[in-house]
Each structure stands twice: as C-alpha cells, then as structure tokens.
Design a protein. Structure first.
Length: 279
C-alpha cells in the first residue's frame, strides 16, 4: 500500500533510527532523490501519495540504508561546497569537515593566476570547490586510481568548471618538473587498527583512501617531503589530517624546513588542517 510523503518519511525514519544518527534526514534525502524534487516539496505537498513504483523504490533504498550502505552511495550524489558531486564506492565520500581545507586554501596569499595542485582528488571535490570560487586559478587534480580519475573528470565536465584539469598520478609521480603556488591534499591518515574503520559509512569506502602506515602519518610525511620539489618559493602546502595528528604534522613540517606553520580546527572544534609556507 502506497503512503503519503509524510507517512513515508515517518516510516523510513522509524525504520532507520536504530542504525543511523540522522534517520529522518536520511529518509528525506532518499525520498527526494526518487521524486527528483527540492527539499521544500516535502513541506509543500506532505499529503502527496507515492505511486507503487516510488513506494517500492523507497522501501528498497531504506533497506539498503538499514544494512549500513551510505546514503551517498544509494543516491550516487553528495553535495560539497554547494556543488552536487557524483560519488561511488571507488573514492571517499566528501565530508563537511573537508570544507575547512577549502576555506583555508581560499585565505592564503597566492597570485591571482595561481597554479594549484590537489593530490588524491577522489571525486574532485576540493579542486572543483576551489575552481568554482577562483576561476583564474589553474588547478591540476591528480589521483592514482583510474576509476577516481574518471569520476572526478565526469564531475568536472558536468559542472563545467573548466580551470580544473584531472590526470592520473601517484602523488607527484607524473608531475615532471611542474611547480605550484599552492598544494592541497586530504590523504589517507587513519591507523589500520582504528576501531572507527568498522563503523558507519567508512565500512563501504576504499581502505586505500583511508589508511596509512606509521600511525597514519606515512602519506603525510611523503607529501611534505616531496612537495618541496614542486612548490614555488612562498608557496603553501595544506594538509587535512586526523584530530590527534596536529602536533605530529606541525613537527614534521618544521623538520622539513617549512615556516609559518599553523593548525586550524574544523566545525567540531577538532584539529583538522595544517598549513605551512615553503620559503
């Protein structure tokens, strides 16, 4: 039997409550994806009745979410920096905390036509957010995974952010002799023993994009070390990291002769981004 929108959301939220901290929102997002309507539609037409196909699809989506599958994987979309991005299981799902990295990148002093590099771009979220804000920047976005390169390219083309160029590279491996005013990255930084890897959405995301050796620091150290050959003088490197890694990241920046090192907190007041200047 088909439900009204109001009934469907209530039933979906009730079903998902034991397994999701955002059960009602999850139900709303799934239903709106099926209806292809804006959020306001739910409040304007709460008595609208789903047809049989919509009801069946909603029930299926709720069951998938109940099994732990991320909402973004079910809908194939995630909003980041007001951009609607295609997502899939080959990359990380963009998180609101990563907008802290975008904000800091927009605040550093670089030329108006800066050359910018996004390492490990995944969906392209960071590069495309920066490109949407700074159309005169020349942005290169790289990922070692070919599926991620294809995904980021589709997002770039669909959003028509034409100052972003996506290419395949294992960190700096294919950037022969190029120099940048600004390098940004959200690399793997979670320890392999972290209990959170068995909880929530990360269970459905690629471990290679999450986990790093050396207490989660191996990729961060490699990027800081190698970036010195790819940064122009007075160029910046900005790294997203775990909430307990700020001190270790600052220390390694200092060891590698960077200056003006600082750590910035995210919306939850946790250390999230450390940036430094290459003199």
């Amino acid at each position: 039997m088909s439900q009204t929108l109001e009934q469907a959301i209530a039933a979906g939220a009730n079903l998902l409550a034991p397994s999701s901290e955002s059960a009602k929102l999850d139900a709303q997002v799934l239903l709106l994806h099926i209806l292809q309507k804006p959020h306001s539609y739910l409040f304007t037409w709460p008595e609208h009745t789903l047809n049989a196909e919509q009801q069946q699809q909603f029930n299926t989506f709720c069951q998938r979410r109940l099994n732990g599958e991320p909402v973004a994987h079910i809908t194939g979309l995630r909003e980041f920096w007001s951009l609607s991005l295609e997502v899939n299981a080959t990359t990380l799902i963009p998180r609101p905390d990563t907008e802290t990295l975008v904000e800091q990148a927009l605040e550093v002093t670089v030329p108006a036509t800066a050359k910018v590099l996004d390492l490990g771009t995944g969906t392209g979220a960071i590069a495309l957010a920066l490109g949407s804000e700074m159309p005169n920047w020349q942005i290169t976005a790289v990922d070692r995974v070919s599926d991620a390169v294809a995904l980021a390219t589709r997002n770039q083309q669909r959003l028509a952010i034409n100052n972003v160029h996506v290419k395949q590279s294992n960190w700096f491996s294919e950037l022969h002799g190029e120099k940048f005013n600004l390098i940004v990255t959200n690399p793997p930084y979670i320890e392999s023993s972290d209990i959170h890897l068995n909880q929530g959405d990360v269970r459905f995301e690629p471990l290679s994009a999450l986990v790093a050796d050396d207490c989660g620091m191996s990729d961060i150290k490699q990027i800081i070390t190698q970036s010195r050959d790819y940064l122009l003088s007075s160029g910046y490197l900005l790294i997203e990291h775990g909430f307990e890694q700020g001190e270790a990241v600052r220390h390694f920046f200092e060891k590698m002769a960077f200056v003006n090192i600082k750590t910035v907190k995210d919306l939850g007041n946790n250390d999230r981004v450390t940036l430094a200047l290459w003199p």
